[in-house]
Design a protein around this ligand. Structure first.
Ligand SMILES: CC(C)(COP(=O)(O)OP(=O)(O)OC[C@H]1O[C@@H](n2cnc3c(N)ncnc32)[C@H](O)[C@@H]1OP(=O)(O)O)[C@@H](O)C(=O)NCCC(=O)NCCS
Length: 224
């Protein structure tokens, strides 16, 4: 499953992405808002998990191509259960430094938002970052995401002594006037994808995880 925008292709990972991805994850500029840079092994494991997630669910953290060149990732992933606002689905991004400042993250993420709401049928997505990551927060704001400061949190998976531990949480809800069709006929014009409590073995686009597990209907809805 790939997604296209005017300038970007969001696609499944390739073996050839591993090297530029590792270089990006070792770049102090790119990783300045994370507690540590990644080793080659950690970076490869990240790419493997992302590839497996897309293969299993049909969606995930997609590799990004700009003019045929690997630029980073943009996409969705289920929240780790230890986060205070889990369960749910997170939208996220990371681009190599020379691709920063061209509007690529916002352009790709807008396409992902459409996919999340119109094709997967998620009622809401979240995003979070360390307080001082202004570029990432700006992308969230340009997507129309909103932050309630009362939901700021200390990330449970980063070292307690790291001074970037305090995180901000942004949310975006699907528009009530644009309910998910599950027919792929939404804003992004994606192909139809079966959605729901499928247990099929890796059929493209199917959800192995039921939507109710990703976002229980009992959860109070939060306005966008
Ligand atoms: C976050 C990231 C993906 C943004 O990518 P990008 O393609 O440059 O983002 P965009 O160009 O779409 O938008 C960035 C916005 O932030 C603004 N911005 C960037 N740095 C800024 C700063 N230091 N102060 C104020 N605004 C800043 C840009 O001006 C732009 O806003 P604008 O369109 O209103 O001018 C990229 O910086 C990145 O990969 N960073 C390292 C990894 C990372 O932090 N990932 C997110 C972890 S949650």
């Amino acid at each position: 499953m790939s997604l296209a925008t005017d300038r970007l292709l969001l696609r499944q990972w390739r073996v050839a992405d591993r090297e530029p991805f590792a270089a990006m994850n070792a770049d102090p500029v790119v990783m300045s808002h994370f507690p540590a840079r990644l080793t080659r092994e950690e970076s490869d494991a990240f790419a493997d998990r992302s590839e497996a997630g897309i293969a299993e669910r049909g969606w995930g953290l997609w590799a990004v191509d700009v003019d045929g060149e690997f630029a980073g990732f943009i996409g969705l992933q289920p929240l780790r259960p230890t986060l205070p606002f889990a369960p749910g689905v997170e939208i996220g991004w990371r681009l190599a430094a020379r691709f920063h400042g061209h509007g690529y993250a916002t352009e790709g993420a807008r396409r992902v938002v459409t996919y999340a709401f119109d094709t997967i049928g998620l009622p809401q997505i979240v995003s979070f970052t360390t307080e001082r990551n202004i570029a990432s927060r700006r992308v969230m704001e340009k997507l129309g995401m909103t932050r309630d400061p009362s939901e700021d949190f200390d990330h449970p998976a980063v070292p307690a002594e790291w001074d970037g531990r305090r995180h901000v949480l942004y949310r975006l809800a699907a528009l009530p006037s644009n309910p998910p069709t599950h027919q792929g006929a939404g804003r992004g014009g994606s192909r139809p994808k079966p959605v729901g409590a499928s247990t099929s073995e890796g059929a493209e686009g199917r959800l192995r995880t039921p939507l109710t597990d990703l976002w229980p209907s009992s959860r109070p809805s939060v306005p966008a």
